[in-house]
Design a protein around this ligand. Structure first.
Ligand code: T4K
Length: 397
């Protein structure tokens, strides 16, 4: 009998740098009295990110949503944009606030990213851009999307909210497409408490983004465009600088969790894992999504989600419901049946993953799932899937 965890195991926990390191940084803020509005720490953070990404074409924001909204606005995107319904609501909200019509098309079944064939089929004379999402940090079909964008003269924009630290062919994922937005929210593998980053090809956009995030101010007396307030503050920048130092370590710890989950869960009938990523991809292990096949597993994704809660495990159904089913987007007419996206939204569960999650806890989560599978007696079931008894003795609570 497996006992519930004593403390809740959440889908994620933010990495926090050693408190004394953060306090040292705070001392500087106390000395300067500079809290926001392009302060010295924000400038340092910007420089560090320019080095990290090897480009000067970057702009920091107070969150990823406003970064994307301003990115679209600054690039003058209008009309129709082809995008995915299988994402966090903020992707479409950013279009909405720019009065752009989202055209939802289906995703590919392996990594849940936009299906390029569906994108091409949805292009109309009003299409101006493709807004693709590297969902769960899984890279989109970069070449195919770039090819479509080039042939149809469309802008290619990536919501890379999940993809900080991801590389493809030893090149940061930020360098694909015309513009990429990264979220630095506390729930991501890299964060600055809250925060957002734009990385873009055209250097000329930097000035526009800087105006737009600061009310459109050019100087004390001139407002050159109706901007908003989307500035990152000094505390956020300080956290961003400090977490960046630990990024490799964070990703390494998360990768061990991914490996363990994959090793254990691949043996459970009814649990489908994404295929291993190409060796050309350096992944950031930001989420661990699984698909639950109700018939084979013996319970639905939603039942598993509820059952796990009884063990004090709080997985999440990112991204369910499908975005276009939310009341605010339900009236948008959609030609694509979105078969793959609907199936993913109904079957995916994202399991806990964060650098501080103990491997023994991951083992226990897998053990709980094994015992729940088809409601079978777990000892019989263990034998059937060939796991050693010693492992269970050590981990059964
Ligand atoms: N595009 C995409 C594809 C996105 O996924 C997102 C954001 C955006 C754009 C917009 O970026 P931002 O504007 O957020 O920068 C979370 C995040 O708020 C959101 O950033 C994220 N995507 C989305 C997928 O998830 P919730 O409502 O699910 O998070 P919450 O508060 O329920 O937290 C999950 C768990 O994390 C908690 O159960 C416990 C733990 N947690 C959370 C926080 C905030 C902590 O332990 N400490 C914390 O401080 O939305």
């Amino acid at each position: 009998m497996i006992r519930p965890f004593e403390k809740p195991i959440y889908v994620t926990r933010p990495f926090l740098p050693p408190l004394e390191e953060f306090c040292q940084g705070l001392e500087e803020i106390w000395e300067t009295g500079w809290l926001t509005n392009n302060g010295p720490i924000l400038q340092r953070f910007t420089d560090e990110l320019c080095n990290y990404f090897e480009t000067d074409n970057i702009c920091l924001f107070n969150n990823g949503t406003l970064a994307l909204q301003i990115g679209l606005q600054g690039m003058g995107i209008s009309g129709e944009v082809i995008t995915t319904p299988f994402t966090f609501v903020a992707t479409t909200h950013a279009l909405f606030w720019n009065k752009i019509r989202p055209v939802f098309v289906d995703i590919e079944p392996d990594y849940y990213t936009l299906d390029p064939e569906k994108v091409e089929a949805a292009i109309t004379p009003w299409t101006t851009a493709i807004l693709a999402v590297h969902v769960y940090g899984y890279p989109c079909n970069l070449n195919a999307l770039a090819d479509i964008a080039r042939r149809h003269n469309l802008r290619l924009i990536y919501d890379s909210a999940h993809a900080f630290g991801v590389e493809v062919g030893a090149k940061s994922i930020a360098h694909f497409g015309d513009l990429s937005m990264f979220s630095f929210h506390a729930t991501k593998s890299y964060h600055s408490i809250e925060g957002g980053l734009l990385i873009f090809k055209e250097s000329g956009l930097k000035g526009t983004f800087d105006y737009l995030k600061n009310f459109g101010f050019k100087n004390e007396l001139e407002v050159v465009m109706p901007g908003t307030n989307a500035k990152m503050n000094e505390m956020q920048a300080l956290m961003g600088i400090q977490v960046l130092k630990y990024l490799d370590d964070i990703i390494e710890k998360r990768s061990r969790i991914t490996d363990l989950y994959r090793q254990r869960l691949k043996k459970i009938p009814g649990i489908r894992l994404a295929p291993p990523l190409s060796p050309h991809v350096k992944y950031n292990h930001v989420y661990f999504p699984i698909e639950v096949d109700e018939d084979e597993f013996g319970m639905s994704r939603d039942q598993l989600y509820e059952k796990l809660k009884e063990f004090n495990v709080f997985s999440r159904r990112y991204f369910y419901p499908l975005l276009c089913d939310y009341a605010c987007y339900r009236s948008i007419s959609i030609k694509d049946p979105l078969t793959v996206a609907r199936r993913a939204a109904d079957r995916i569960l994202t399991l806990p993953i964060y650098d501080g999650l103990e491997l023994s806890d991951v083992e226990t989560i897998c053990e709980i799932m094994m015992s729940l599978q088809m409601g079978k007696d777990s000892s019989l079931h263990r034998r059937r899937i060939g796991l050693e008894p010693e492992y269970f003795k050590a981990n059964t609570r």
